[in-house]
Design a protein around this ligand. Structure first.
Ligand code: NFE
Ligand code: MG
Length: 525
C-alpha cells in the first residue's frame, strides 16, 4: 500500500494536510487534517457581547462579513430585535455580504483552483496589451528561458496535471487570472461603499447597519456592481464552461458524501427570525440520491471530537459546545471538529446551497442550473463532483450579483438603517447564515452581561471534518476515497478534488521555503 502525504496542501486558506492510502491505483482511505489551532471561541469568552461581531470577523480575512453577520444575528436574537431590523439595514447587510461572496468566488476560481487546469508555461508567446498581463508574461518567459521553474512562483512548484486546454485557451485563462485581481478589488470597493472598509467591515452591527443610505451611494453601488456582473457573465462563467468541456471526466471524480445542507442566506424579510425566515437562498437539506427537499432542524446538529484534538465531550450541540484543546490526544489527527446532522455526514457550500434550492424548486435556481447542465450535457448527479462544485460556485456568484442589482434599488434614501436595543444580562441565541463556502453557525450564551460561551461551526468544519465517533469519514475524505491515481508521486487528482471544496482552515501562514523541492512525501509501506 502506498501512502501519499500532501502537507501543506497549498492554494487553500490555512494549513491543510491530506493523507491517502493507495492500493491498486485507487485511494482506499483518506484523512483530512486541519493543522492549526486558533481558539477564537476561547478568546471571545468573558467579553462584552457587542464586541463579538468585530472579533469574530477576524476569524478570516476572506469571509469576514459572514462571521460578522452570523455573530450579529446572534445578538439581534439575544437582544430581542431580530424582527425589528429596518428594511434599509436588512438590504445593506445583503449588499455588503453579496460583494464578499463575489470577491471570494472569483478569488477561489482564478487565484486558487483554476491553476490545476491551466498550464501557465504555455503562454510564453502571448502578445498582450494589458500592462499587468505583459509583466506576468515577461516573468514567465524569463523563468522558462533561464530554465528556473522556481522563478515561476506562485504558479510553481505544482503537481504536473494533464493540462488539456489549447494554447489559446491557456493564454486567455492567464489574461483572466490578471483581470480577476481587478475584479476582486472592485468587489471590495463595492462592499466598502456601505461598509466603510474591507476586509473587516465597520457598518454591520446589532439592530441593522450604520452607513446612511443616500442617492449618491445607491448610484455608486449600481455603477460599481455592473463591471462585476459583466465579468461573471462574460469571463467567469464562460471560463468554467471551457474547463468543463475540456475535463468532462471531472464531473464524475470527487463526488463526496451526497448529502447537502444549507442554512440559507440573504434575508428578504425580517418578520421571522428562525430558519424559516424568507431568504433568497433558503435553508434545508437534500441528497443526490433523492433530490427531495427537507427543512432543517438546527437542534439536530452535533459536533464529534473523537479524532479531533480536543478533550471536551463528543457529540454536543454547538449551543452546549466546548473547546478544550488537547494537542497530544491519542488517535486525534485534526484541529477541525466533526459536525454532523442527525448523525450523518453533510457537505456544505455553493453546490449544497444550490442543490438544496433546486430540490426546493426555487425557480431562479432551477432555471440557472438546468441551462448550465444542458450546456455541459450533465445530469444533477454530475454536479456532485470536482467540476460540479466549480460550476455551482460560478452560478452562485451570478445569481447573487443579479439579485444585488435589484436589492440596491429597494433602498430608501435617508430612511433609518438600524434600531436601538437594550443589552440583556442573560440570553442564549444562535446566528445561522451562509458564507461563500457554506453553512455558518455561531452560538452565544450571555451571562451577567458578558459572553459566557461562544461556539462557531464554520463551512470548512463541515467539509474538512475528520472521521466522527462512528468512524464516518468527512466530506473531503469521502470525495477522495475511491479516486483513481495515475501516479502516486504526482497526485494531481487529489489536489483538484480538495480545492473544489474551497477549504479555508484559518488565516494563518505556514512557511515553506522557496528552495524546498518537495511537494509531499511518498513512501511505500
Ligand atoms: Ni475563511 Fe469561510 C467562508 C466561513 S470557511 S472562508 O466562506 O465561515 O470555513
Ligand atoms: Mg467551533
Amino acid at each position: 500500500m502506498a501512502k501519499i502525504v500532501i502537507d501543506p496542501l497549498t492554494r487553500v486558506e490555512g494549513h491543510l494536510k491530506i493523507e491517502a492510502m493507495v492500493e491498486g491505483g485507487v485511494v482506499r482511505k483518506a484523512t483530512s487534517s486541519g493543522m492549526l489551532f486558533r481558539g477564537l471561541e476561547i478568546i471571545l469568552k468573558g467579553r462584552d457581547p457587542r464586541d463579538a461581531p468585530q472579533i469574530a470577523s477576524r476569524i478570516c480575512g476572506v469571509c469576514p462579513t459572514c462571521h460578522c453577520i452570523a455573530s450579529t444575528l446572534c445578538l439581534d436574537n439575544a437582544f430581542g430585535i431580530a424582527d425589528k431590523i429596518p428594511k434599509n439595514g436588512r438590504i445593506l447587510r445583503n449588499l455588503i455580504q453579496g460583494a464578499n461572496f463575489i470577491q471570494s468566488h472569483i478569488l477561489h476560481f482564478y487565484h486558487l483552483a483554476a491553476l490545476d487546469f491551466v498550464d501557465v508555461t504555455k503562454v510564453a508567446d502571448y502578445e498582450g496589451k494589458e500592462p499587468a498581463l505583459v509583466s506576468v508574461q515577461k516573468f514567465i518567459s524569463r523563468a522558462l528561458s533561464e530554465g528556473n521553474m522556481y522563478m515561476l512562483a506562485p504558479f510553481y512548484p505544482r503537481y504536473e496535471g494533464d493540462y488539456r486546454l489549447s494554447t489559446k485557451e491557456n493564454q486567455m485563462a492567464v489574461a483572466h487570472y490578471v483581470e480577476a485581481f481587478k475584479a476582486r478589488r472592485t468587489a471590495h470597493e463595492l462592499s466598502a461603499i456601505f461598509s466603510g472598509l474591507m476586509p473587516h467591515q465597520k457598518s454591520i452591527l446589532p439592530g441593522g447597519a450604520t452607513e446612511n443610505v443616500t442617492v449618491d451611494k445607491i448610484a455608486k453601488f449600481m455603477w460599481q456592481l455592473e463591471p462585476l456582473r459583466y465579468f461573471i457573465d462574460n469571463v467567469y462563467i464562460p471560463d468554467v464552461i471551457t474547463v468543463g468541456k475540456a475535463y468532462p471526466d471531472y464531473f464524475s471524480i470527487g463526488s463526496g458524501c451526497g448529502n447537502y445542507l444549507a442554512y440559507g442566506v440573504f434575508a428578504l424579510d425580517v418578520a421571522r427570525t428562525d430558519l424559516a425566515q424568507p431568504r433568497f437562498l433558503a435553508s434545508g437539506t437534500t441528497s443526490m440520491d433523492t433530490l427531495r427537499y427537507a427543512s432543517l432542524d438546527a437542534a439536530q446538529i452535533t459536533e464529534d471530537v473523537l479524532h479531533s484534538r480536543y478533550s471536551s465531550p463528543s457529540g454536543l450541540h454547538p449551543a452546549e459546545g466546548q473547546t478544550e484543546p488537547a494537542p497530544y490526544k491519542p488517535n486525534a489527527y485534526s484541529w477541525v471538529k466533526s459536525p454532523r446532522y442527525k448523525g450523518a455526514v453533510y457537505e456544505v457550500g455553493p453546490l449544497a446551497r444550490l442543490i438544496v434550492n433546486y430540490a426546493q424548486q426555487n425557480s431562479i435556481v432551477c432555471s440557472a442550473m438546468d441551462s448550465m447542465m444542458s450546456e455541459l450535457g450533465l445530469a444533477p448527479v454530475n454536479l456532485a463532483s470536482t467540476l460540479g462544485r466549480h460550476v455551482t460556485r460560478a452560478l452562485d456568484a451570478k445569481l447573487i450579483a443579479d439579485e444585488m442589482a435589484k436589492w440596491v434599488l429597494e433602498l430608501e434614501p435617508d430612511a433609518p438603517t438600524y434600531v436601538e436595543y437594550e443589552l440583556p444580562s442573560n440570553a442564549e441565541a444562535a446566528g445561522l447564515w451562509e458564507g461563500p463556502r457554506g453553512a455558518l453557525g455561531h452560538w452565544i450564551s450571555i451571562k451577567d452581561g458578558k459572553i459566557e460561551n461562544y461556539q462557531c461551526v464554520v463551512p470548512t468544519t463541515w467539509n474538512a471534518s475528520p472521521r466522527d465517533d462512528k468512524e464516518q469519514p468527512g466530506p473531503i475524505e469521502q470525495a477522495i476515497e475511491g479516486t483513481k491515481i495515475k501516479d502516486e508521486g504526482n497526485p494531481f487528482e487529489i489536489v483538484r478534488i480538495v480545492r473544489s471544496f474551497d477549504p479555508c482552515l484559518a488565516c494563518a501562514v505556514h512557511l515553506i521555503t522557496p528552495k524546498r523541492t518537495e511537494l509531499g512525501k511518498f513512501q511505500v509501506c
